[in-house]
Design a protein around this ligand. Structure first.
Ligand SMILES: Nc1ncnc2c1ncn2[C@@H]1O[C@H](COP(=O)(O)OP(=O)(O)O)[C@@H](O)[C@H]1O
Ligand SMILES: [Mg+2]
Length: 382
């Protein structure tokens, strides 16, 4: 029996636990051609929900641009052009017409032997300098297409653009061009909260108040439980209430982490079995085991003092990291060392700050830390 729990990929159809309220909100915006900023923690299900919403409006087309790792205006422009060509081909335009119609982009097509779907690479700059202003031209055909068909352009991981050297010019150019395309719906997805806030909540920024705001939080436990129960039941495994609530607790209600834990539990249980809290613990141990090596590598780049603070955060939480309790629990003597360590841990992407204090980016990294070492000193990886 196939493991029914997908994780680490965008999910759709049967693998998508229904989120009717969120989908209704997103569909309403698509209908109204309302540009939106869509925020939420990593692995909460932003990309999956947005693509599912667009898919459910049968007439709407989707141009999906992943901004992650785009380090130059040319790289971003190429990603936009490639996404647009892929959209054209999904709409049924022949390869010949696509390659001919966009010859100036020097497109190359590769056809996936499994699906028969082509994907495209383009070369925009051709080794020459590509000024940010030229991004306008890449958005032109999208505007024209949007005049003919309902079209949603999804900029995924939009906050990554802030890391680009020329980000100010890039963002101003995008904003200028998008403003002239009311017929197209633009969705900006982002997970690093302070960067997204800097883009959309700062009056000095071109995108300030330019979009409606949608937030993607956890799926409610009641409906998620029903979905998970049904998945476990594909070969008559019965998940107990206690097991399910433990899964949500361990995964901090983060959608992708819930799926990962369920997948691990599936792998260490059998058809027809009743699944209890012990099985959840075994699933978690299995995750710790598979992630041990990469987690150890993370620990190795930190100083012993930073590791102490990290373990302290795992043990007592990050609401008051400079309090006496915290210093005692982590074995660090100076509040100022904690502050310094925390900023390193934040820079490394291990923790982030929210209104409740500092949190781990990955709940299983936290539980791994707790499982490998009682030591507040030295590396818990060894
Ligand atoms: N509606 C859903 N039903 C079931 N699993 C989901 C759902 N949404 C997300 N997931 C799980 O979460 C993981 C991350 O989803 P993704 O959409 O990539 O999140 P994000 O874009 O917020 O990082 C997926 O790989 C999948 O395991
Ligand atoms: Mg995503």
């Amino acid at each position: 029996m196939m493991n029914p729990f997908q994780h680490g990929v965008v999910v759709s159809g049967n693998d998508f636990c229904p989120r009717p309220e969120l989908l209704r909100e997103l569909c309403g915006h698509i209908e109204a051609r309302q540009n939106c900023v869509i925020r939420g923690g990593r692995r909460m299900g932003k990309t999956s929900a947005v693509l599912e919403a667009i898919r459910s409006r049968r007439k709407a087309g989707c141009v999906l641009v992943n901004c992650w790792g785009k380090t130059s205006p040319a790289g971003l422009a190429e990603a936009i052009a490639e996404a647009f060509l892929a959209y054209q081909s999904r709409r049924g335009l022949s390869l010949k017409r696509i390659l001919g119609g966009f010859a100036h982009l020097r497109p190359q097509a590769t056809v996936d032997p499994q699906t028969g779907q082509p994907s495209f690479t383009v070369d925009l700059a051709g080794g020459r300098k590509f000024p940010p202003k030229s991004l306008e031209h890449v958005l032109d055909p999208i505007g024209e297409e949007g005049g003919r068909h309902p079209l949603v352009v999804v900029f995924d991981e939009f906050q990554a653009l802030m890391r680009m050297e020329e980000h100010e010019a890039v963002i101003a150019t995008l904003r200028g061009a998008i403003q002239l395309q009311p017929q197209v719906t633009y969705f900006y997805l982002g997970s690093v909260r302070n960067l997204m806030d800097a883009l959309f909540n700062d009056p000095r920024q071109p995108f300030f108040k330019s979009a409606a705001s949608v937030s993607v939080g956890p799926i409610e436990r009641v409906s998620y439980s029903a979905y998970l129960r049904e998945k476990f039941f594909t070969d008559r495994r019965r998940a107990s209430d206690g097991a399910l609530s433990m899964i949500f607790d361990m995964a901090c209600d983060t959608t992708g982490d819930v799926q990962q834990l369920c997948s691990a539990i599936w792998n260490c249980t059998e058809a027809g079995q009743k699944i209890g809290e012990d099985d959840v613990r075994r699933g978690l141990a299995r995750i710790h085991q598979t992630e041990n090596e990469s987690n150890t590598r993370i620990i190795d780049i930190l100083t012993p003092g930073q590791v102490k603070v990290l373990v302290g955060l795992a043990r007592v939480g990050g609401s008051q990291p400079t309090s006496k309790t915290f210093l005692q629990a982590s074995g660090v003597s100076q509040p100022s060392s904690v502050t310094k360590a925390i900023s390193r841990l934040e820079r490394e992407g291990l923790i982030f700050r929210d209104p409740q204090g500092y949190q781990f980016f990955s709940p299983f990294f936290r539980t791994w830390l707790l499982s490998v070492g009682p030591s507040g000193s030295g590396s818990p990886g060894r």
